[in-house]
Design a binder for this molecule. Structure first.
Ligand SMILES: [Fe+2]
Length: 162
């Protein structure tokens, strides 16, 4: 160990950049907001910031899935499963019962940033390319807070016991 105990680790932060855009304006805007919320996670108000982030994840996934379904995206079902796998991973993390600490907040932030970037640059980008090449009318999800199946899924995972 060369690190002295006084040296505080810099927070793990990945900023949004234009290179993460997939070319569908609403999705890009929502992804950008997700990065802002991940950045805002902090120990002092961890319950509130985690709740706010997860609420927005549900809204975003619902909007994105709505857009994919309405535009006839062939990999729609597969994409839903990726979102569900993510939800399950987050649920596992939160269900471990460990008390929050700076390290644990960092760990969550690191996981979220990495997952988001990997997912956006692979699967969401695939949708962006498909969308552009099919000249689909720019799909706008009807902004909504509720996508019954997914909300239900998250409610089961993150509901009362959290
Ligand atoms: Fe996605």
């Amino acid at each position: 160990m060369t690190e002295t105990p006084e040296v505080k680790k810099a927070p793990y932060v990945i900023e949004w950049r234009d290179g993460f855009k997939i070319g569908v304006a609403q999705v890009d805007q929502e992804h950008r907001h997700l990065f802002t919320l991940v950045r805002a996670l902090n120990l002092a108000s961890v319950d509130q910031t985690v709740d706010e982030l997860l609420d927005y994840v549900v809204t975003h996934f619902s909007n994105e899935q709505d857009m994919m379904e309405k535009s006839g995206y062939p990999a729609f079902e597969q994409h839903i499963r990726l979102h569900e796998e993510f939800a399950a991973q987050v649920a596992d993390f939160l269900a471990s019962g460990q008390a929050w600490s700076e390290d644990r907040v960092q760990e969550l932030r690191r996981f979220l940033n990495k997952w988001l970037i990997g997912h956006i640059m692979t699967h969401d980008l695939r949708f962006g390319h498909w969308h552009a090449s099919h000249h689909a009318p720019i799909a706008h999800a009807t902004p909504h807070q509720k996508a019954p199946t997914f909300i239900g899924f998250f409610a089961r995972l993150f509901g009362a016991g959290k």
